[in-house]
Design a protein around this ligand. Structure first.
Ligand SMILES: [Fe+2]
Ligand SMILES: [Fe+2]
Length: 153
């Protein structure tokens, strides 16, 4: 059984791998690119929902002003990806260099976001939330993840 942080980190590793994979493709592999992008979009949707509905609120409630700032920063980064970068990418022909450029931006944004979550938010969470709370939250998120994945598939 994974706690909340382990669960989120496992998602991060999966998305990072998919981003490496799609970055390694060329314009000629447009079918593979479209396939990988829809996988990335689905993984992100589920992951972001779990963070915004479950993990972030618990983190915010356990913390003070500094944690509140981290919470708003992370949400703003989600919004940049969800409202701007990802919709543009889904609307871009995967056989073009424009797509390659946009993938690079998505990868950089997400790697930055993931690093900040893991190095700042999750580390702080381990200090301000109890092991029991993190494991209860992990269980709840794991169950919700199964449902969200089914819905997104
Ligand atoms: Fe996030
Ligand atoms: Fe995350």
């Amino acid at each position: 059984m994974m706690n909340a942080i382990e669960l989120l980190k496992q998602d991060h590793d999966k998305v990072k791998k998919l981003l490496e994979e799609i970055s390694d493709t060329t314009e000629r592999a447009f079918k593979k690119r479209a396939e990988l992008l829809s996988k990335i979009a689905m993984e992100l949707e589920v992951h972001t929902t779990l963070e915004e509905e479950d993990f972030y609120p618990a983190f915010k409630a356990a913390g003070a002003k500094e944690e509140l700032k981290m919470f708003h920063e992370a949400k703003e980064e989600h919004r940049a990806v969800e409202a701007l970068v990802l919709p543009d990418l889904l609307d871009t022909d995967p056989g073009t260099v424009e797509f390659s450029g946009r993938i690079k931006v998505l990868k950089e944004l997400l790697e930055h976001h993931i690093e900040e979550e893991e190095e700042e938010m999750f580390k702080t969470a381990q200090e301000i939330m109890s092991a029991e709370q993190l494991s209860t939250l992990g269980k709840q998120m794991g169950e919700k993840k199964v449902k969200l994945m089914k819905k997104a598939a």
